[in-house]
Design a protein around this ligand. Structure first.
Ligand SMILES: Cc1ncc(COP(=O)(O)O)c(C=O)c1O
Length: 396
């Protein structure tokens, strides 16, 4: 039997429930919401010392706020990172992490299979600031080796990728990155810290859209960047403080409550998703089923090595054309059409005409997004109801 006072030894579920809680003078059970923009100083001298960094206290909610701190600390200890900085959305986390680190003339190597807006940041926005970008097929080690033989400051990858669920070997890429001294940034949205811990696998920076499974009930936007204390305090925090993509205290509170149940929900999402993936494989009209823990997944060996389960998203292709795909989507009754994901409600989308609409046909092809590809974010409904819903729409 061990004494539980060492919080670092708590398991993920316990960290999710108790981690990071700050109690006010009222000793509330559930965390309070500090819905304030500013703070009051007891004297002008105190304000001066606070702005001079001589004392550590809250100054303004763009810089920090107790509700935001509780969210950051809870996520930090679940992830096992040294430090965490929250942001207003997943995209502001991706942009702030990369833009705060990269300078004019630096080179970024990224995998091609990225969420649409992540791809646009790499392809169009960062190059406007003089950053060079090279894309590789994230599943091809030779392409990584070749790309990393040139001086590289950062690597950005998403695994499993949205929506083609490509799996990239984080340990291998992190080893290759050491040769050129590049920092490895991993967008870990589809796995969450419950299924995959990129820092333990050698990555330097982990990025989340907390809008997805961390909230888990489709209520608010949020994001987070986790890394070493040095990276977060010296590089990311000044960027966020002065450019302002901060998280709202109310959203921080919603998200920290989401973290309490993250582990339970992710296990259930993964269980439902695996059953659906197995079901889809039995349907003739489904020409391809993509799910990390299926043995038919091309990178199933890597998924088994670096993930605890397959996650809550299943992608698949059905025979026919766009009209057939739309007809199938329109027939569903429980599973709703939405570009969002990671919700208790099952949500389905056609990436080619929604999240990845802005990509050219060639770019879609490179990212594995065909006209027939469908992304299903499996929710927490009864599995038999979900399968009945799919069965009715597929048979129709
Ligand atoms: C992999 C991935 N990264 C980042 C984002 C962006 O997150 P947000 O919508 O919170 O800005 C998304 C959104 O779907 C995503 O799927």
């Amino acid at each position: 039997m061990s004494n539980n006072s060492d919080r670092t030894k708590w398991r993920s579920e316990t960290k999710g429930v108790h981690g990071g809680t700050l109690r006010s003078q009222f000793d509330e059970t559930s965390e309070a919401i500090f819905l304030n923009s500013g703070f009051i100083y007891s004297s002008a001298e105190e304000a001066e010392s606070a702005f001079g960094d001589e004392i550590n206290r809250y100054l303004y909610s763009r810089f920090g706020n107790p509700s935001i701190s509780m969210f950051e600390e809870k996520l930090r200890i679940i992830e096992g990172a040294e430090s965490c900085k929250a942001t207003g959305s997943g995209m502001s986390a991706v942009f702030a992490a990369l833009a705060s680190y990269l300078n004019v003339g630096d080179r970024l190597v990224a995998s091609k299979a990225l969420f649409g807006s992540c791809y646009i940041i790499c392809k169009e926005i960062l190059p406007k600031f003089g950053i060079e970008i090279s894309f590789v097929d994230g599943t091809n080690l030779e392409e990584w080796e070749k790309a990393l033989s040139k001086p590289t400051k950062a690597i950005f990858l998403e695994t499993p990728s949205n929506p083609s669920l490509e799996i990239i070997d984080i340990s291998k890429i992190s080893q290759l990155a050491k040769v050129s001294n590049a920092k490895v940034f991993v967008d870990n949205v589809f796995s969450t810290p419950i299924l995959q811990k990129p820092i333990d696998l050698g990555a330097d920076v982990v990025i989340y859209s907390a809008t997805k499974h961390i909230d888990g009930q489709g209520r608010c936007l949020g994001g987070a960047i986790l890394s070493s204390e040095e990276f977060i305090e010296d590089i990311v925090t000044p960027f966020i403080r002065h450019t302002g993509p901060c998280l709202s205290p109310f959203n921080a509170w919603v998200l920290l409550k989401g973290l309490e149940t993250l582990s339970l929900r992710i296990k259930e999402h993964s269980r439902n998703a695996l059953e659906i993936a197995n079901y889809l494989q039995t349907k003739k009209i489904v020409s391809k089923t993509i799910y990390p823990s299926l043995s038919s997944h091309p990178q199933n060996d890597i998924a088994i090595k670096q993930m605890n389960a397959g996650g809550g998203v299943v992608s698949f292709e059905i025979n026919g054309n766009k009209e057939n795909v739309f007809k199938f989507l329109n027939k569903l009754q429980i599973i709703r059409i939405s570009n969002n994901l990671g919700d208790a409600k099952s949500l389905i989308c056609h990436p080619s005409t929604t999240t990845h609409q802005r990509l050219s046909d060639d770019e879609k092809f490179e990212a594995g997004i065909t006209q027939n590809l469908i992304r299903l974010s499996v929710g927490l409904e009864n599995i038999n109801d979900l399968i009945d819903d799919l069965e009715y729409a597929l048979d129709s």
